[in-house]
Design a protein around this ligand. Structure first.
Ligand code: FA5
Length: 337
């Protein structure tokens, strides 16, 4: 019996086969268990002899099975390791990487340019109070110019800011010692505009504010001129048109010549060959006063520009909606390698 069992153990090639051998010889219904169960029928002299023999046989078979089990397990592990080896010489799979959105890059470029002229970068909330969005900017309730910027109201007194100009009032208010202010503020703004090639209901603005003693219109012109030349190159033409904003007096709008239309007019520049990129002016004395700055001592200029339109002009993007539809084919063109 032992020889037969050991033979089976030696022949087993898998853990399953080995387990079958264990059940067949050492299991409850196996021959050895049967022998041990039948001990009662044996004579006193036979019992210890047969008992010892049965136990030895059982021990030998069990040892053989355990030994074989280790061998099989080792072989299986070996096989698994072999199958799972990694060929380190294979070329890796490329992981697709993202890059900054064109709008992010433009905003950063504009920030750098103004930081170079001594402006600091500030931020303000997108959900704004009626007070900062309008009243602190000389636009009391019922003022007709409120209609210039159709607004998304949240409650009667809270709205999505329609421009970044509230940050002018917030910054001046926060200056406890009323010292000079020279800041820009980039951020998102919201208007109930109908979307078209140059208008979006959510877009970006960069506000600028410079308040000090003796700030003049010529300072504003100088800063805007330097900005435009650095942004678009010396050959781009700029024009300032008189305009109106309740928070600046006098007010202007700045247009840039629209070279991408090659003089024929296109959806971006309409038929005029110009595109408006910013509004600006000298800070209205009322706005200075409301923020605690004495208009007899201080004067200032402010501007608000649209980076989408600046990017459109600089890179020949023909529709503002490209910035928000996030078509990868569009976005990828502007990723730096
Ligand atoms: C204003 O929002 C003023 N707060 C700007 C200002 C600031 C004037 C400080 C004086 C002093 P306006 O509505 O014109 O002005 O918008 C400013 C710029 O935002 C525009 O020149 C344009 O570049 C951009 N813009 C306006 N509406 C949209 C729109 N719907 N989609 C994309 N860009 C827009």
């Amino acid at each position: 019996l032992e020889t037969e069992a050991l033979q089976k153990v030696a022949e087993a090639t898998s853990l399953k086969e080995l387990q079958d051998v264990r059940v067949a010889y050492l299991g409850k219904k196996g021959p050895i268990t049967e022998v041990l169960r039948g001990m009662g029928k044996l004579s006193k002299e036979e019992r210890p002899v047969i008992g010892e023999l049965a136990n030895t046989v059982r021990g030998n078979i069990a040892d053989a099975i355990d030994g074989k089990k280790e061998t099989i397990e080792a072989a299986e592990l070996e096989k698994q390791l072999e199958e799972e080896t990694i060929d380190v010489t294979l070329p890796g799979r490329p992981a697709p990487t993202g890059g900054p959105h064109l709008l992010t890059s433009i905003v950063e470029e504009i920030e750098d340019l103004f930081i170079g002229m001594g402006f600091e970068v500030r931020e303000g909330p997108e959900v704004e109070t009626d007070y900062y969005n309008f009243e602190a900017l000389n636009l009391p309730k019922g003022h007709p110019a409120r209609d210039m910027q159709d607004s998304f109201y949240i409650t009667e007194d809270i709205l999505m800011r329609t421009h970044t100009s509230p940050v002018q009032a917030r910054t001046m208010n926060a200056m406890e010692d009323k010292r000079p202010v020279k800041m820009i503020c980039p951020g998102k703004v919201y208007r109930r505009d109908t979307d078209d090639a140059t208008h979006s209901h959510q877009f970006t603005q960069i506000e600028g504010l410079y308040v000090d003693k003796n700030v003049r219109m010529s300072d504003l012109k100088g800063v805007l001129d330097r900005f435009a030349k650095q942004m678009f190159g010396e050959d781009r033409e700029i024009r300032l048109r008189p305009s109106f904003f309740p928070f600046t007096e006098p007010s202007v709008e700045m247009d840039i010549s629209c070279k991408m239309c090659h003089g024929d007019g296109c959806s971006v520049c309409k038929q005029t060959g110009w595109i408006e990129i910013l509004g600006a002016g000298m800070v209205h004395p009322r706005v200075l006063e409301m923020a605690g700055y004495d208009p007899k001592v201080y004067s200032g200029f402010a501007f608000g520009m649209g980076p989408e339109r600046i990017a459109m002009l600089k890179y020949g993007v023909d529709d503002i909606r490209h910035f928000y539809t996030n078509d990868k084919r569009f976005l990828k063109q502007y990723h730096q390698a």
